[in-house]
Design a protein around this ligand. Structure first.
Ligand code: FES
Length: 179
């Protein structure tokens, strides 16, 4: 298994739903991966939940509902509890995401600097669906909490890269770097 991506900061997973049109594109979820995910994990420990969800995200690219139900049994907890943890961290997703994840800060300083019009621009330019992913599966947009660059807003990250003082023209140039 590849290294697990770091959880950088908590968020609310805004705009994401556990069940959406993407599910119909993924009719079969290979639950045999659960054994790999749980390898070396003390399933009786409450501290196991977050690492297990992170591994699940890594293994499937998101956290499928079928995996949530299976993990709840194995960790002796409830699916609702796992959903609660999964939706707290914006690094975890209950729906498939695009190849590139854009986190656009919509907190106060960036809001004052016009982030709302940039969000509209991005949604229109990328053909973003209700599930916040572009039709071609290339991008997912997440409205993010402050990313610590308030003096240089509007600000966003794309995957692990940070960008500041955004304008529509600048965003177009940035996005061209991500396939
Ligand atoms: S409010 Fe947007 S980076 Fe802080």
């Amino acid at each position: 298994m590849k290294g697990v991506a770091e959880l950088k900061k908590p968020g609310k997973g805004r705009g994401e739903r556990p069940h959406g049109p993407h599910d119909k594109h993924n009719p079969g979820v290979d639950l045999s991966l659960i054994n790999v995910i749980l390898k070396g994990i003390d399933a009786s420990s409450r501290d196991a939940i977050l690492p297990v969800l992170r591994r699940t995200q890594e293994a499937y690219g998101y956290i499928p509902k079928e995996a949530v139900f299976e993990l709840a049994k194995r960790l002796k907890t409830t699916p609702a509890h796992l959903y609660g943890v999964a939706t707290f961290y914006d690094q975890l997703s209950l729906v498939p995401r695009g190849r590139n994840v854009i986190r656009l800060c919509t907190n106060m300083a960036c809001h004052v600097n016009g982030v709302e019009s940039l969000l509209e621009f991005l949604r229109a330019k990328l053909n973003i669906t209700k599930e916040n992913t572009s039709l071609d599966g290339r991008y997912t947009i997440i409205e993010s909490e402050c990313i610590g660059s308030c003096g240089r807003g509007p600000a966003m990250t794309v995957n692990d890269d940070s960008y500041y003082n955004l304008t529509p023209r600048k965003i177009e140039r940035i996005l061209a770097r991500y396939k």
